[in-house]
Design a protein around this ligand. Structure first.
Ligand code: ATP
Length: 960
């Protein structure tokens, strides 16, 4: 059977039709007669039944006594009459393709089976009669029968008692799975099947009916019909419909039937379906609003279409006329009253055969193909193919682009996650300047030009590393969490500030150059987080002295001379030991006069124009460190070398560092491996010493491998970049950087190393070995950077104060690597420029080697003056003697100053000179604050809460 269409019922126009409801009274049976039961019901006409003895049932006095239905059948009415007038029209609708159902409802023994058996037979008889009268059509009758017993569906045509399942079919509604369906051959065949059903039906004896039907029985007759000769015809259509003959179980309550045990259980299930049926009928009688509980019972579910659906329905309510059954009779009549309000909307079911359906679809396909050909006649097949190929290529291209973008997106996301994870892993709520914090390093672009500088690294292809070109970011977020919009300006200020302190972190002595640069002064002061005033005070002090000298010239000398003479007068008796015969006071005075000679004055005034480049201050950048050709330090940018790769991974970056001689600078987070290590563990240090001794004895102190030493199972690795232990030991106490590393290595503990190993477990490296390798690499690198810087300072005549500050501030902390590289880069550039005899225009001023030397001389004069002011006579003498200067010689201070920073490879010499200069310029005690100020300029922000740090990171990432 193919698809089914529904057409309105002829004559009904598809309108809703009320259920045909009839009431049939049976005669008093023998038992009722025997007990002198009487009938109080009277059918006053074909539609009305009344109750005459209302007084006999006082409690029912409120019930209606008159009931009107479509048809009322008296006790003497025959079943034929009931069929003809109460069911036939509905039942025979099936031959016209209309579903129909005939129900028999009533209490037990009221005559339901008696009535329904007759109606079923009469219907089938009439159907056959209809078939006989309609020879132009072909009919197929199919018969099925089922029983709902204890809410189980059973096939009455099968010996198999297995309950049948109910399925929901989108087209046919509820379907009983595997229900037998017999095609009726003839009348006799039908009768045989009825006999089978009767035998299969559950029958139990009740107190009221010895052959009581304890189940709901549904006999279904399906009729398919089509015009004769049209079957197999393309134009044929089939009408298909079913008629259900429903013999319900007794509607009385189980208690009334005096059932017990099994019967009581049956009653419960029977009543469940009946109660649901009553509920459905009652709800349907009030309209289709709301939920209709069809699915609450098997009965209502199977007969759903017959109860207010696509079916015509007739209900015959059977009642007993006996007074003793009046209550049940009233209930039956009340049910019938509701049922007569239920409407259905039956339609003719037209079924298109599969063959006809196929033909129809073929015709439709041909039509569509014809339309397609007509509309696309201008295109040939090859042209279509060409267009499709082009589209395919475009799709492939777009697909590749999408794939590429996705890969890039994944990479960026991964890097961002790593970065954020690094922040999360920091473990402290506040990020401080502690170098042990493992901050991600950011690579910054350096536009500083230098032909001989270390080659700039291109963007690393290693996805673990992320080079960040910092164009601008909101520096205020870094330091104060301020979300001010002037991010570019803040960044510029940050860079300028860094220029001042990273590269030339020292006070200025040149008044004319110190003040007046509003670009840097105020803002940089605001950027200092830790008492910048202390530094500025020192700067101001020196500046004031120097400027005072400049302002007053020789007159200043006359003012200061009495003091010096007074001092010399006091000391002269004891100090007149010089070979020249001059007293100390005389020597001092002569020195002062020499310092302030006209020639020196002229040179000083000239040098003042350039002196600031060697004596930078927090307010003024150091011009010689500013990019060549730049009109302003606003555009100063820096770049880390490859050894300072920015890393945004949470794991210590040095663990990923390739061990190459020129790529051994440890990252910012290097210090983390030394964090909090306990004292007392000498193992690693001993191992280092052991390796050092071996190296020292075998390589004559050259920079070679340390060798290897096994310590408690930890294997030390020999690398080309091992620490130069000989040179390290030679500088001893003066090599603060080496001391730093050694101190930390001494504090190394096995447990913490293991802890570090856990953090790098995934990369499969030995944490101890990595720590030591990194330490050695950094120590070697630090020594190399420091030596090169000192040499270039000397060659380029860089300010002694600058050298001192830088030397004392950057002692080997791993976080110093950045600043040392910057320093080296810029010194290399300056050296290149000077060696070629070139000048460079810096901030509107010409900078050359000559001008630098002049400025250096001026600085030496300043130091001489400071020596007089800062040091007592005894201190000066001690220093003179220490530096091999005779107390009786002339120009002792200048001789001393000119000797400072001259032996570039003698670290003792360098350290002593730096110590002296630091004392003269007031550097002592300022290391920490300066350091913190340098730390402030680290691209990892200091003293930021985790949240602010994250904001900062994001702001940096957002500019990528
Ligand atoms: N209209 C009638 N005229 C004569 N006898 C009838 C009539 N209706 C029922 N009977 C008789 O009453 C008895 C009970 O009838 P029937 O079995 O049809 O009741 P029922 O409602 O089906 O009961 P149950 O629900 O228990 O099956 C039967 O013996 C039947 O012959």
């Amino acid at each position: 059977m193919g698809a089914a269409d529904e057409e309105p019922i002829k004559g009904s126009s598809g309108d809703e039709e009320k259920t045909l409801v009839s009431v049939r009274l049976r005669p008093l049976n023998e038992k009722e007669t025997a007990r002198n039961d009487v009938s109080d019901w009277e059918c006053i006409n074909n539609n009305t039944v009344i109750y005459r003895n209302n007084l006999s049932v006082p409690e029912s006095s409120l019930c209606p006594t008159v009931y009107t239905f479509d048809r009322v059948f008296r006790p003497e009415s025959s079943t034929r009459q009931v069929y003809e007038e109460g069911a036939k029209e509905v039942a025979l609708s099936v031959v016209n393709g209309i579903n129909s159902s005939i129900f028999a409802y009533g209490q037990t023994s009221s005559g339901k089976t008696y009535t329904m058996d007759g109606i079923t037979e009469y219907t089938v008889v009439d159907i056959y009669d209809y078939i006989d009268k309609h020879k132009n059509r072909e009919f197929i009758l199919k018969f099925s029968a089922m029983e709902i017993y204890n809410e189980s569906v059973r096939d009455l045509l099968s010996m198999d008692t297995t309950p049948l399942r109910l399925l929901d079919d989108p087209e046919r509604g509820t379907v009983v799975e595997r229900l037998s369906e017999e095609t009726l051959r003839d009348w006799n065949h039908f009768k045989e099947l009825l006999s089978v059903c009767e035998a299969q039906r559950q029958i139990g004896e009740t107190s009221m009916n010895e052959t009581s039907s304890r189940s709901h029985q549904i006999l279904r007759l399906t009729i398919e019909s089509s015009a004769c000769g049209d079957l197999g015809n393309d134009k044929s259509s089939t009408l298909a419909a079913s008629v259900n003959f429903v013999d319900l179980a007794g509607s009385e309550r189980a208690s009334q039937s005096l059932s017990a045990g099994m019967r009581l259980k049956e009653g419960c299930h029977i009543n469940r379906s009946l109660l649901t049926l009553g509920t459905v009928i009652r709800k349907l009688s009030k309209g289709r609003n709301g939920h209709i509980p069809f699915r609450d019972s098997k009965l209502t579910r199977i007969l759903q279409s017959s109860l207010g659906g696509n079916a015509r329905t007739a209900i015959i309510c059977t009642i007993s006329p006996a007074r003793s059954h009046v209550e049940q009779s009233r209930n039956t009549l009340l049910f019938a009253n509701c049922a007569k309000e239920v409407t259905t909307n039956a339609r003719v079911n037209v079924v298109v055969s599969d063959k006809a359906l196929v033909k129809k679809l073929q015709r439709e396909l041909a039509r569509l193909e014809s339309e397609l050909r007509s509309t696309g006649s201008n295109f040939s097949t090859s042209e279509y193919t060409k267009v499709l190929r082009e589209k395919d290529l475009q799709i492939e291209k777009l697909g590749r682009e999408v794939l590429k973008l996705n890969q890039q997106l994944e990479l960026v996301n991964s890097q961002v996650e790593n970065l954020l994870r690094a922040v999360e892993d920091d473990g402290s709520s506040t990020i401080s300047a502690d170098p042990d914090h493992h901050y991600p390093k950011l690579r910054v672009q350096n536009s500083f030009k230098s032909e001989n500088s270390v080659p700039y690294s291109s963007a690393s292809e290693d996805p673990r590393f992320l080079d960040i070109r910092i164009r601008s970011f909101n520096a205020s977020q870094c330091f104060a969490g301020d979300n001010s919009s002037n991010s570019d300006e803040n960044f510029i200020q940050l860079v300028n500030f860094e220029e001042n302190f990273v590269q030339t972190p020292k006070p200025s002595i040149c008044t004319s150059s110190l003040v007046g640069d509003g670009l840097h002064g105020k803002d940089t002061e605001e950027l200092t987080c830790e008492n910048p005033g202390n530094l500025c005070k020192e700067v101001q002090c020196i500046t004031t002295d120097e400027s005072s000298e400049k302002r007053h010239g020789n007159s200043q000398m006359s003012e200061s001379s009495p003091q010096r003479y007074a001092e010399s007068n006091v000391s002269s008796p004891n100090v007149n030991t010089g070979t020249s015969g001059l007293t100390e006071a005389e020597n001092e005075d002569r020195e002062n006069q020499e310092l302030e000679s006209p020639q020196l004055k002229e040179e000083k005034e000239l040098n003042c124009l350039y002196s600031d480049f060697i004596l930078p201050s927090p307010e003024k950048p150091s011009p010689w460190l500013v990019e060549e050709g730049m009109s302003s330090s606003r555009s100063v940018k820096m770049i880390r070398s490859r050894s300072c790769r920015a890393r945004l991974t949470s794991a210590p970056a040095y663990l990923f560092e390739k061990v190459e001689k020129n790529e051994s600078t440890p990252p910012v987070g290097f210090g983390k491996i030394f964090k909090g290590r306990n004292k007392g563990s000498q193992r690693n240090f001993s191992a280092l010493k052991k390796g050092h001794d071996a190296e020292e004895s075998s390589s004559n102190g050259s920079l070679t491998s340390v060798g290897s030493a096994a310590v408690d199972g930890y294997q030390m690795q020999t690398t080309e970049n091992a620490i130069d232990w000989k040179s390290t030991s030679s500088v001893s106490n003066s090599d603060a950087g080496m001391k730093y590393l050694i101190d930390h290595l001494e504090q190394e503990t096995k447990s913490e190393v293991i802890q570090s190993a856990k953090s790098v477990k995934d990369v499969g490296l030995d944490p101890i070995q990595d720590d030591l390798d990194s330490a050695m690499k950094w120590a070697s690198e630090f020594k190399r950077l420091q030596g090169e810087i000192i040499e270039l300072w000397h060659v380029c005549s860089v300010s002694l104060v600058h050298r001192t500050y830088f030397f004392l501030l950057f002692k080997g902390d791993p976080t110093d690597s950045f600043y040392m590289e910057v320093e080296l880069r810029k010194l290399s550039f300056l050296n290149d420029t000077f060696s070629q005899g070139k000048e460079t225009l810096v901030d509107g001023r010409i900078l050359s080697l000559t001008s630098s030397k002049r400025a250096l001389n001026q600085e030496r004069q300043m130091l001489c003056s400071q020596m007089q002011k800062k040091l007592s006579k005894e201190e000066r003498e001690d220093i003179f003697l220490k530096w091999g200067i005779s107390l009786s010689s002339s120009n002792r201070r200048m001789k001393l100053v000119q000797n400072l920073w001259t032996k570039t490879t003698d670290m003792d010499h360098i350290t002593q000179g730096a110590t002296l200069i630091a004392k003269l310029v007031g550097f002592e005690g300022q290391e920490q604050s300066l350091k913190e100020m340098f730390g402030l300029l680290n691209f990892a922000p200091q003293n930021l809460s985790r949240g602010k740090f994250s904001i900062w990171l994001r702001s940096v990432l957002s500019i990528l």
